[in-house]
Design a protein around this ligand. Sequence first.
Ligand SMILES: Nc1ncnc2c1ncn2[C@@H]1O[C@H](COP(=O)(O)OP(=O)(O)O)[C@@H](O)[C@H]1O
Ligand SMILES: [Mg+2]
Length: 220
Amino acid sequence: MLRVEHITTGYGKKQVLTDVSFSVEKGDVILLSGGNGSGKSTVLKIIYGLLKPWADVREGKIIFEGKEITALQVSKMIQQGIAYMPQKKNVFEDFTVEENLSVSAGIYPKAEAKERAENVFEILPKLKTMRKRTPFHLSGGEKQLLAFGNVLIHSPKLVLLDEPFAGVDAENSEVFSNCIADLKMKNVTFIIIEHKKQLLGRIVTKELELELGEIKNEKN
Ligand SMILES: Nc1ncnc2c1ncn2[C@@H]1O[C@H](COP(=O)(O)OP(=O)(O)O)[C@@H](O)[C@H]1O
Ligand SMILES: [Mg+2]
């Protein structure tokens, strides 16, 4: 469903990724691993269009469900069914859990937004129990679940998660990974950066290891 082809990119003059290519099938849970600074976050950013491939060497592109999506705007990515949860998690601090979801669903007509929020509560019932609380009154793990809810509101087909378990306690990590496993069963596809592999365990279908901005290892 996703093909990343010959991506070379970086920041300013600093080259970070070199000729990165890989493909992802529907229902895959890809674990993206590698040392600090190896370019993992950059891979997710380029898929989501936050960076452009460098074209000087060879033209890199990203194809999603047969369409080229290289460097599309975020709103277009969401329309295509791609969602991204950055390393610094996005929650709206001044709003309750419930309000967070309605703000995230603000791009949809009102009735649909409500339906989408209800759907998120069904996928993550724990969020519903905290719906009147603001992030100030949530633990790190609970905040992360909310950030995930803000992503799931768009019913994505492909979800990009950058270290989703960082700062999450054992109990919420389990809620989180069970939720990922359930969504995988429904054919949702994930690319996840995570150092603690055991948190994802058996649901990982493929591991991609980056070293100095190149794919070093691909394990099925
Ligand atoms: N916004 C940025 N501006 C300049 N350099 C950056 C930026 N973000 C990341 N880098 C650099 O790019 C390299 C890869 O970063 P990153 O993709 O975040 O690695 P990882 O997620 O594997 O730790 C690092 O050397 C990092 O310092
Ligand atoms: Mg990173």
